[in-house]
Design a protein around this ligand. Structure first.
Ligand SMILES: [Zn+2]
Length: 411
């Protein structure tokens, strides 16, 4: 491809762009230091990225005596990302810039069991509405990110044998959006999206992390060695359906008996509160009762925390993370749940596994999924290889004189 000598292959225009996206480079001097490329080669790379509208000048850096070198930054406003974080009973639709900053968003209710067509039609309508509010057009979309509350075959974006997503099995979500938008679609499990967003945005110093989502159900996202770990079939982290009790116990949504989720998931708390005569329709109502200090709700939350602590202590002993983040709607109900979780994890996990273990609540909270999807999508669209390929196709890579704008043809 381009100037394939002296190791410069490793720093094609795509790799240079990545240094700006990751905040490692801001000036030509940074690039010389980081890449070892000749200044003339760096100029060529920068020109190609400028011509494609991927980099823009960013003021002047502090002068060190001579002429101040110009700073550059990734052009985050060169398009938008369409994001839908779909849970079992609610959704959060957002439009972000290309760096993942939320420009417009809309939370709301949704019934995943209505099936793919009604749900995705609702998502598409929200995309259009939100795009209109920020005066952007569908053609500005550079990528679509969708999270769903079930296992996903990441390579194809297909939902696989989802326990609670009636009618979604094998549904081709990218295919649905390909008929409507001219950009790539990435699909992942909702808990994976949350784990990715939380680690990347808030805890980059923790390379091995678990994110436990306690919402309607219970799930776990795994970051291993800074990477999302999805497992062989995309079903890694299905903590909620590990049995808590082998005999008896409540029937779970998955059809088995005695899963952790059947004791401590949001839906289990709704079930138990209703049995006790309380009017609860959703996990919002459960949170409301816990916050109000209603004795039954408080007792059940404390109990659920201990049950979850048991499940998480297994995962901690097995995986040895340095951080466990508790997210999802119930995580922020009260300290009760977290206290129960902490108590059991520290008592039951191996001492070596908990010596430096931190257990925190999610910092991004309701936005963890949206942020994770946008960052994941950015990595996908702006992967160095994808950018090099795009620039080669457009003829910009080797031609610093070219001023032609690159279109969105990178899927
Ligand atoms: Zn189950």
């Amino acid at each position: 491809m381009i100037n394939g000598t002296n190791g410069s292959e490793a720093y094609g225009p795509g790799a240079i762009l990545d240094l700006f996206r990751q905040g490692q480079a801001r000036t030509r001097a940074d690039l010389v230091r980081l890449t070892g490329l000749a200044r003339s080669t760096i100029t060529q790379r920068l020109d190609a990225l400028f011509a494609a509208g991927l980099l823009v000048p960013d003021g002047e850096s502090a002068s060190t005596g001579g002429r101040p070198p110009t700073q550059f930054r990734f052009n985050a406003s060169g398009g938008v990302l369409l994001i839908a974080d779909i849970g079992a009973s609610h959704r959060r639709i957002a439009i972000t810039d290309l760096a993942g900053a939320v420009l417009a968003e809309e939370p709301g209710e949704l019934d995943i069991a209505a099936g793919p067509y009604p749900v995705l039609a609702q998502v598409t309508t929200s995309f259009e509405t939100l795009l209109a509010t920020i005066e952007r057009a569908p053609k500005d979309a550079r990528g679509i990110g969708i999270a769903v509350p079930g296992p996903v075959e990441f390579a194809t974006g297909r939902v696989v044998s989802p326990p609670i997503m009636t009618g979604w099995d094998e549904f081709n979500i990218p295919g649905y959006f390909a008929e409507r938008y001219d950009c790539p679609t990435l699909v992942d499990n909702d808990v994976n999206a949350m784990a990715f967003g939380e680690q990347r945005a808030c805890w980059p110093q923790h390379h091995d992390m678990l994110l436990i989502k306690v919402g309607t159900g219970v799930g776990c996202g795994i970051i291993a060695n800074d990477k999302l770990y999805r497992g062989a079939q995309g079903a890694a982290g299905d903590l909620g359906h590990i049995p808590y009790s082998s005999e008896g116990g409540p029937i779970c949504r998955c059809g088995n008996i005695g899963c952790f989720e059947a004791y401590a998931g949001g839906w289990a708390l709704i079930r138990d509160l209703r049995t006790l005569g309380h009017q609860v329709g959703s996990s919002f109502d459960v949170v409301r009762l816990i916050r109000a200090g209603q004795p039954d709700a408080v007792r059940l939350a404390r109990q659920a925390g201990r049950v979850l602590g048991q499940a998480i202590s297994y995962a901690v002993s097995f995986f040895n993370p340095s951080l466990v983040v508790i997210g999802g709607r119930l995580a922020h109900a009260d300290e009760l749940l977290l206290a129960g979780i902490r108590e059991v994890i520290y008592r039951q996990s191996l001492p070596l596994a908990t010596r430096n273990l931190q257990i925190m609540t999610s910092q991004l909270d309701e936005r963890a999924g949206v942020t994770g999807l946008a960052l994941m999508l950015g990595d996908h669209i702006f992967a160095p290889q994808a950018i090099d390929h795009m620039l080669e196709k457009s003829g910009n890579a080797d031609d610093p004189e070219s001023t032609s704008m690159v279109t969105n043809d990178i899927s």
